[in-house]
Design a protein around this ligand. Structure first.
Ligand code: AMP
Length: 435
């Protein structure tokens, strides 16, 4: 009987064959995470890794005191010297702190980095919402330019496309203008919601005092109708902000990235200005965000660096993996690769050598020795669970005849093949490879 459960809102990532739920599988994690990493690297981004805890003050100064993340969700603690520390609830503040600390701006005019790792928020756990979750993110620090925003969006889009999520997601974009424009808009919003405050939910009433723009994110039924008639930010933007937004939109069109303008999307973090964007998906039941980002032109300076602008994106890997596996199940993927089942110790040397030779062709080949023919059923069921296309069976008789038995686990047919790595590769393994 196990004695300890995982803490509420957390989970283990395990090999697929040990998982109750397929999105916990380390294979799926690797596939999805490496897709994002490769797309970032293709665009000249470099990996950065920062501590998972930082001084609490960093998040107050960047993410923002009035946000839900900082106000309600942080895992903060005092260390043994009485300093307040916080498990990072998001990746941008630590990443920018690290770039400022190493004076990245003195080495390069444009710094492009990506990160991937756990984040922590004390939220009510539910499907797609965890207390320890994982984000892949990219940050681009350099001069303010709408094409930098497009660059960041296009990297994320390329990854979603490779994972076949492009049809199930919707990219929403908006401009929230400069601080001054947002302040004017905020006044108009407060006025509007105050005159309707009896109809507001309790949460939105609280936000009216602390962070009125966040009311626009409310999914409460009673707020939704009010929000639909609320003033929109576009009427408060100056020409410069409108130009930036229009260039962004035409640039997205030039890259054939589908998008929808949503004037009521604001995103919950304090540091954003101008461009904000979010990918929403219906795959996880209720409409939920599977990634998003925006421009932050003051943050680098606020953290002690020179006046450099930036733009970033982050996605929750849990939600992406769930959507990806859902799509994959619907498309029923093919079986791949092969397993060599060697029966009896006298076959093991030859079988091992065969596995080694086939792997040299770049194939994934699992070597699976058993000591008795009775165990073959067990080995075949393992091959099935692992999704192998072929089981190459190798026993005493096969060794004598210099043959192997090949079971095609897709068609459930069986045939024999000469025990010669290049012939086996050409006839069997190559057809079922991952390439
Ligand atoms: P945010 O940092 O709030 O902009 O979130 C960026 C992305 O992280 C979202 O689009 C989600 O995919 C993901 N995310 C945020 N909070 C959680 C959570 N508690 N559990 C799982 N994923 C999350």
């Amino acid at each position: 009987m196990p004695k300890f459960a995982t803490p509420k809102g957390t989970f283990d990532i395990l090999p697929a064959y040990l998982c109750f739920e397929n999105w916990h599988s380390s294979e799926a994690w690797h596939e999805v995470e490496s897709t994002f990493i490769q797309e970032a690297q293709k665009a000249g981004f470099h990996r950065i890794q920062t501590p998972i805890f930082e001084q609490t003050e960093l998040f107050y100064k960047s993410t923002g005191e009035t946000t839900d993340i900082v106000g309600k969700e942080m895992y903060s603690f005092e260390d043994k010297s009485g300093r307040s520390m916080t498990l990072r609830p998001e990746g941008t503040p630590g990443t920018l702190r690290a770039l400022v600390n190493c004076s990245a701006h003195q080495t390069a005019n444009i710094n492009k980095v990506f990160y991937s790792g756990p984040m922590f928020r004390y939220e009510r756990p539910q499907k797609g919402r965890y207390r320890q979750f994982h984000q892949f993110g990219i940050e681009l620090i350099g001069p303010k330019c709408p094409y930098m925003d497009i660059e960041v969006i296009s990297i994320a889009w390329a990854a979603y496309q490779r994972l076949s999520l492009d049809r199930g997601v919707r990219l929403e974009v908006n401009s929230i203008g400069s601080t001054k424009e947002r302040l004017n808009y905020r006044h108009a919003l407060v006025e509007y919601f105050k005159s309707n405050q009896k109809a507001l939910s309790a949460d939105s009433l609280r936000r009216l005092e602390t962070n009125p723009l966040r009311i626009l994110d409310s999914k409460e039924e009673q707020d939704v109708e009010l929000i639909a008639s609320a003033p929109i930010i576009w009427n408060y933007l100056n020409t410069q902000s409108i130009d930036h937004f229009e260039t962004l939109c035409t640039g997205l069109e030039a890259c054939a990235i589908p998008y929808h303008k949503n004037p009521r999307m604001v995103r919950g973090l304090d540091y954003y200005n101008d461009t904000v964007f979010e990918w929403v998906s219906d795959d996880l039941g209720a409409k939920s965000s599977i990634g998003g980002g925006g421009r932050y032109d003051k943050l680098y300076h606020q953290l002690g660096g020179p006046d450099l602008q930036g733009v970033g994106f982050a996605c929750g890997l849990e939600r992406v993996i769930m959507s990806y596996l859902q799509q994959k199940n619907e498309c029923q993927t093919d079986r791949k690769n092969a397993i060599i089942i060697a029966i009896g110790s006298h076959c093991h040397k030859r079988a091992m050598a065969l596995a080694h030779a086939l792997r040299a062709f770049g194939q994934k080949i699992e070597y699976y020795p058993i000591d008795h023919p009775k165990k073959i059923k067990n080995a075949m069921s393992w091959a099935d669970t692992m999704g192998y296309r072929y089981a190459l069976i190798f026993g005493e008789e096969e060794l004598d005849n210099l043959q192997i038995q090949c079971k095609d686990l897709s068609s459930r047919t069986q045939f024999s093949c000469k025990l010669e790595p290049s012939i086996i590769y050409e006839n069997i393994v190559e057809k079922s490879s991952n390439k």
